[in-house]
Design a protein around this ligand. Structure first.
Ligand code: AMP
Ligand code: ZN
Length: 119
């Protein structure tokens, strides 16, 4: 099991309440808060409270919490009323994919039509 917190990690500090964030959902093991630089009308990040550097290390170490990120992302979509209009879930994994915060997180993006895609 990974260290529950990394003292140098921004999202660990948000989980601990040391850095403020607009929290929209919380469970025993996950936290969802608004992205500080939204890329869509709804842009929420869902993170495990325990520190894992990315989704792959989280999934390998704790598949239950990895699955909980998806469940919570779906709940965020319902709360934000984008479940029907559609939304994207993005896990950037590694610097080459644009990951900048090395604490596992899924982006929940919606509220406007996405007409183009990378895949
Ligand atoms: P990624 O590029 O996938 O690592 O995503 C990191 C995300 O964290 C970016 O979309 C940032 O805008 C967001 N972010 C950075 N600092 C904060 C913060 N203090 N509160 C909320 N979101 C943040
Ligand atoms: Zn962390």
């Amino acid at each position: 099991m990974a260290d529950p917190r990394d003292p140098d990690c921004l999202f660990c500090k948000i989980v601990d309440g040391a850095v403020p964030a607009t929290v929209v959902r919380e469970t025993e093991r996950t936290l969802a808060f608004r992205d500080i630089h939204p890329q869509a009308p709804t842009h929420v990040l869902v993170v495990p409270k325990a520190h894992y550097p990315n989704a792959a290390t989280l999934a390998a170490a704790d598949p239950e919490v990895a699955a909980a990120l998806l469940t919570e992302a779906a709940e965020v979509a319902v709360d934000e009323r984008i479940a029907e209009s559609g939304y994207r879930l993005i896990f950037n994994t590694g610097q080459g994919a644009g990951q900048t915060v090395f604490h596992a997180h899924v982006h929940v993006l919606g509220g406007e039509p996405f007409t183009e895609g990378l895949v």
